[in-house]
Design a protein around this ligand. Structure first.
Ligand SMILES: C[S@@+](CC[C@H](N)C(=O)[O-])C[C@H]1O[C@@H](n2cnc3c(N)ncnc32)[C@H](O)[C@@H]1O
Length: 229
């Protein structure tokens, strides 16, 4: 399982590049022909393995809602991957966007195969770097959570710094305007967007910029830090 970083091809580590150059086959889990992330992943591989790699493309089965549907989807995915792996010889690579340890299912999915894991630069590291931030305050804690949880439970009382990923519901719109926000979308890519400021001052702008970009590209990846001042 190779972490390929959150967007910029230069986010790949030397270890990741060496691993890509040494594997026999690349497994790609794809959601459909218009999957722009799949195209980005391919471009990253092509940059470091100019001759290309033999590919096994597995169409990611559709995922239903609810615990039973998700369990069925996981089982189906695992069955597809296992049977494809059994047909191959040598070492297979799976690419994890960003770092495989954060909101990525590959390590869990492949656990029965005891995968070797190569870390990558996650969207969290990319966000901090692009805003020139230290995520924690001296000796403090940082919570990484999802937009859904933030929307459901509000800004947690026990921490001052919260990194939010997977936010389809614009959870920041409902929070105290005195918080600071450091927002980044499509980090590390040519479409990168950065906005920072007092939440009450910039949230409408973020919502506007985000919605226009989502409309233009058809998908959105954003991450942000919320900071109690
Ligand atoms: C399924 S998670 C994968 C996270 C990934 N494993 C990582 O380490 O960054 C997808 C979420 O990561 C964040 N993300 C990934 N790439 C990003 C990028 N280039 N810019 C902003 N956010 C990104 C977004 O919050 C997105 O909803």
């Amino acid at each position: 399982v190779i972490g390929i970083g959150a967007g910029d091809p230069e986010y790949l580590t030397v270890q990741a590049v060496q691993a890509l150059r040494s594997v026999d086959v690349l497994f790609l889990l794809e959601k459909g022909a218009d999957d722009e992330l799949a195209a980005l992943r391919r471009a990253i591989v092509a940059r470091y393995v100019p001759g290309g790699l033999r590919e096994v493309v597995i169409e990611d089965p559709p995922r239903g809602r609810g615990a039973d549907a998700v369990a069925a989807w996981r089982a189906e995915r695992f069955a597809l991957i296992s049977s494809a792996l059994r047909r191959e010889r040598g070492v297979a690579a799976f690419l994890a966007w960003g770092d495989p340890s954060l909101y990525d299912g590959l390590i869990t999915l492949l656990e029965p195969f005891s995968p070797v894991v190569i870390p990558g630069i996650s969207a969290v590291s990319a966000l901090a770097a692009r805003h020139g931030l230290v995520l924690n305050r001296v000796g403090g804690s940082v919570l990484i959570t999802t937009g859904r949880r933030l929307a459901a439970s509000g800004f947690p009382a026990e921490v001052d710094d919260v990194v939010v990923m997977l936010d389809a519901e614009l959870a920041f719109l409902g929070l105290d305007g005195a918080l600071e926000i450091y927002w980044g979308a499509y980090l590390g890519t040519p479409d990168e967007l950065l906005i920072a400021g007092r939440l009450g001052d910039v949230r409408e702008e973020i919502a506007r910029v985000r919605s226009a970009a989502r409309e233009r590209k058809g998908w959105m990846f954003d991450t942000y830090l919320l900071r109690r001042t």
